[in-house]
Ligand binder design. Structure first.
Ligand SMILES: [Mg+2]
Length: 224
């Protein structure tokens, strides 16, 4: 099977470190600024606003807000990358999946600073654990990203693991199975209305449970 993983909130916890990363970036670029802790809190609130589900007319491509081009935000992403910690034994889970013969793909959205996601995957030691790395959001939409997966890896079952299940809505094909990794900081934005729009949805609270999901999918698809 093809197993695709989102990065932030799925393989690494880069959320609980947002505030500290802002504090460090402020320290670097605005050392004269008083109350850095306060400003770090405000910036964290703004950042988390961008993490909420967005519906309505959007093509799945996001324009970089102008302020994300500032050197300050680049530093923030870098600090965030340094402070992020793997979730569960995410690296071991990826290795095991590949050992079992699955195609393992990094499948996540760009970070508002072009190339930042790839950079973060590399410095965190995740990059080489994947068969392929696909980053959508700026150059390509999530739907186009799925097209790329189909072109490269065929029509095998595509298991998409993400902590933001609203991303699944209206995307994928009949051979797509959706796995919501329940990550508390983003789970609070999930509601019934979102979940009822997703068929073939599996929910896990531990990354190792992906192996149970794979077994279940095998059984379900065999009995059809
Ligand atoms: Mg995520």
């Amino acid at each position: 099977m093809i197993v695709a993983f989102d990065f932030d909130g799925t393989l690494v916890d880069s959320y609980t470190v947002i505030e500290e990363a802002f504090r460090r970036a402020l320290e670097k670029h605005f050392p004269w600024l008083p109350l850095k802790g306060f400003w770090a809190k405000i910036l964290t609130k703004i950042e988390l606003y961008f993490e909420r589900p967005r519906f309505g007319k959007h093509r799945g491509k996001v324009k970089q807000p102008f302020f994300f081009r500032w050197k300050f935000f680049k530093s923030w992403f870098e600090e965030r990358a340094k402070l992020s910690k793997p979730i569960d034994d995410s690296k071991e889970v990826l290795k095991k999946l590949r050992e079992e013969g699955h195609k393992v793909i990094s499948f996540s959205a760009e970070d508002f600073v072009n190339g930042m996601k790839e950079y973060r995957l590399k410095i965190s030691g995740f990059y080489e654990l994947f068969d392929d790395v696909i980053v959508f959001g700026t150059e390509i939409s999530p739907c186009e990203a799925i097209q790329i997966v189909r072109e490269r890896y065929g029509d095998d079952v595509f298991i998409w693991v993400d902590d933001k299940p609203w991303r699944f809505i209206g995307r994928g094909d009949e051979n797509t199975e959706y796995v919501w990794y329940y990550f508390p900081p983003t789970a609070k934005f999930v509601n019934e209305k979102i979940l009822e729009q997703i068929h073939h949805l599996h929910v896990i609270q531990d990354l190792w449970s992906i192996f149970d999901v794979i077994e279940r999918i095998k059984k379900e698809r065999k009995s059809k």
